[in-house]
Ligand binder design. Sequence first.
Ligand code: NAD
Ligand code: AHE
Ligand code: ZN
Length: 369
Amino acid sequence: MKSRAAVAFGPGQPLKVVEIDVAPPRKGEVLVKITSTGVCHTDAFTLSGDDPEGLFPVVLGHEGAGVVVEVGEGVTSVKPGDHVIPLYTAECGECLFCKSGKTNLCVAVRATQGKGVMPDGTTRFSYEGQPLYHYMGCSTFSEYTVVAEVSLAKINPEANPEHVCLLGCGVTTGIGAVHNTAKVQEGDSVAVFGLGGIGLAVIQGARQAKAGRIIAIDTNPAKFDLARQFGATDFINPKDHQRPIQEVIVEMTGWGVDHSFECIGNVNVMRAALESAHRGWGQSVVIGVAGAGQEISTRPFQLVTGRRWLGSAFGGVKGRSQLPGMVEDAMRGEIDLAPFVTHTMGLESINEAFELMHEGKSIRSVINY
Ligand code: NAD
Ligand code: AHE
Ligand code: ZN
């Protein structure tokens, strides 16, 4: 079938909105009509050429909501008409990782997903006869996409797709990192580095956990108003200080914060976040994604003296079993999604969404098909 899609033909190039061909779903696959998709910084990261797994030409997008159109052989958990959120972290329930009960990092389709193809090693997308790669198992920048059955969460059909698409990545990642990875407790102090969609969701999660002090850090002070609305209590612009920001935070708090979260993808800030953590027990969660070849460092003494460095993917959330409940939470108002959606637009304007992100003017632009 034909589908309108925004194709990334090469790194650093604007996306081109063209009509592509989408082949029918094969065994264990599902054809989904995407209704809405957010634009996450990770899409920009891969488009920049910095992603070691980046492949071109590709249909990017991984923060979507849609409706099942057709199912391939053997698919039983969804049927045409079901409302779904595509998952870049699948949940097969059968692999070593799913069965461990220790992680959400299912490996059922991860290897082929990273190579931009479906689990059978082939692609369902083409343009003028040339194959296009899939992205993160989702490719939500196409009106019609093909996704593995294990990569679909079935959700309440009454949910607003323009809002719940953000549970496909940003908001789930931030809130989940607070509850599942850091396990923030009532009264704990928190520092959040980077106040985009992810950082603001961390703040919302910290408020849900009844954290005490929530310190919001960003080089763009225009982000502070929303951070305050979500529950931040203190605000720091590193540009206002002549010394390392970790020194400022340790001084403000006595010994550092109980939990810090890096929501930028900057390895220098990852170090600052770790070194902002409390001596003896403070922990720092890396959420931001850093480019190929970049590495983190700190003095080992920071760890010897009791700080812990953690990481979190998709907020530790198991998509098929937990995301439907998060959609219900959003519908009850227990997760507030509307403030994240600062801009909405049609697919033809998708490059504007990237520009708004780079200019620091948006939190989330949502593309409605
Ligand atoms: P975003 O661009 O919307 O927000 C980033 C924020 O960081 C901006 O407000 C920017 O002003 C701020 N910032 C940039 N440099 C800074 C600095 N040196 N000090 C303080 N603030 C600074 O991005 P986003 O969509 O919120 O994504 C944030 C990061 O999280 C990205 O690296 C993205 O790839 C990653 N991510 C990871 C996961 C995961 O599962 N681990 C999921 C989604 C996104
Ligand atoms: N492909 C990159 C890593 C990118 C990355 O870390 N992705 C995050 C999700 S970002 C969503 O916006 C993630 O969940 N990673 C775990 C996974 O299995 O992909 C690289 O460095 O190769
Ligand atoms: Zn994302």
